[in-house]
Design a protein around this ligand. Structure first.
Ligand code: HEC
Ligand code: HEC
Length: 354
């Protein structure tokens, strides 16, 4: 009796495994057919990268007058996180350009001195070493020039003058480090503060985006992203958002909103509503969009760009393909260890304002 039961069991097992093999074989065949179909659908989308597009350069343009040394970069990092640059002791560069979130604060307008909001959206500092001009209106040609702005800007850090910032840095205990980095007794200056910050900013680049790996043949991007990649080229977005940086670094007319753009710097009528073409690098991480932060999502920004710049109404599918492509441009954020700032021994800085 027990022998019989065992036999039955074995038979049942055999039968079961036979059935299983049959199902398995069938599934493999079916999967093969599905994959083959998908493969040919992918093959129908050109893999070729439209001309001009490319991987993010791994070397940033250096400033020969302000060479990057490890000690200068380290000092620049401290200053980047240093609230002593602000009159209230409440704001550092990192408040508005947060390195934990791709160099932005994701606010339409950042909060600065006295909890005021400025009139322009904070752009990212990531890859800013590659832009030929800084700010939406390009008023600062180099990172060194740019870095002299915020500490004195009344709605950002609101310090009275360079001497006030220098005095606070001296009180905080920076003297020796400035001397060591710049090699002179009177090295603690506002200009050297800007030099150190700029050297640090040149380390903030974001390589190895999925698109870069795709360009180098090290990875793939989705079919939707490939359709988006070809679409932006075909309809002319890349006439302005061109090259590996996805910006031609030029001023282009953007007839949108009330901000005068470059005209606010030059006073010239022909510069009205000219803005620097913003890069698409990491754009998926830097919402909201435009100089006034008025586009909440990447979809909104793409729809508006197509309409205002190209007179074109995109279909829903076109928008989602373009957004899928833009998302492949998010690179690896640099890992930045949090600096411990110099302070006089045993004393916190006094931020009482007069
Ligand atoms: C209160 C917020 C705030 C603080 C603090 C601040 N910034 Fe900015 N930053 C902005 C805004 C807003 C803009 C855009 C202004 C414009 O274009 O007119 C900007 C622009 C920039 C740009 C130009 C980027 C580009 O794509 O053109 C760089 C670089 C930059 N800031 C670096 C710094 C550094 C370095 C510090 C510290 C010394 C700093 N910022 C402090 C808000 C801030
Ligand atoms: C004529 C030049 C031009 C064309 C063509 C153009 N753009 Fe732009 N784009 C700009 C300028 C200039 C800005 C900066 C706008 C501002 O100052 O607010 C910008 C900004 C953007 C932004 C927001 C970036 C940010 O950080 O806020 C996105 C996204 C964008 N463009 C996508 C596109 C797409 C997609 C197309 C094609 C449908 C396109 N652009 C076509 C010039 C152009």
């Amino acid at each position: 009796m027990s022998q019989k039961m065992q036999r039955i069991n074995v038979d049942a097992l055999e039968l079961h495994s036979g059935k299983f093999n049959y199902i398995k074989l069938f599934s493999v065949l079916l999967l093969g057919i599905v994959l083959f179909g998908a493969q040919s659908a992918v093959a129908a989308i050109p893999n070729a990268i439209p001309s001009g597009m490319g991987a993010l350069p791994t070397k940033v343009p250096d400033n020969p007058e302000n060479p990057m040394t490890p000690a200068k970069i380290e000092l620049g990092k401290k200053l980047y996180f240093e609230p002593a640059l602000s009159a209230s002791g409440q704001f550092s560069c990192n408040s508005c350009h947060n390195l934990s979130t791709y160099g932005v604060d994701n606010q339409a307008f950042s909060i600065g001195h006295g909890w005021q909001r400025g009139g322009r959206n904070s752009p990212t500092v990531m890859n800013s070493a590659f832009w030929s001009k800084q700010f939406w209106d390009g008023r600062a040609p180099l990172l060194e020039d740019q870095a002299k702005g915020p500490a004195l800007n009344p709605v950002e850090m609101a310090s009275k003058d360079p001497a006030e910032v220098e005095a606070r840095l001296r009180a905080a205990g920076y003297q020796a480090e400035f001397e060591a980095v710049f090699g002179s007794k009177d090295a603690l200056t506002y200009d050297n503060m800007a030099n150190a910050i700029a050297a640090f900013e040149r380390t903030l680049i974001t390589p190895n985006a999925p698109f870069d790996k795709f360009v180098r043949g090290e990875g793939d991007i989705s079919a939707a992203a490939k359709r988006g990649m070809n679409k932006v080229s075909e309809i002319g977005c890349t006439s302005c958002h061109s090259g590996a940086l996805f910006t031609n670094n030029q001023f282009m007319k953007f007839n949108y909103g009330t901000d005068d753009g470059l005209k606010s710097v030059t006073g010239k009528e022909e510069d009205s509503h000219l803005f620097r073409v913003q890069s698409w690098r990491n754009v998926a991480m830097t919402a909201p969009y435009f100089h006034d932060g008025s586009a909440a999502t990447l979809e909104d920004a793409v729809v508006t760009m197509a309409k205002v710049q190209l007179g074109r109404t995109l279909s829903k599918d076109e928008v989602s393909d373009i957004v899928a492509f833009l998302k492949t441009l998010t690179g690896e954020s640099p890992v930045v260890s949090y600096p411990i700032l110099p302070r006089p021994e045993g004393i916190a800085l006094d931020w009482e304002e007069d």
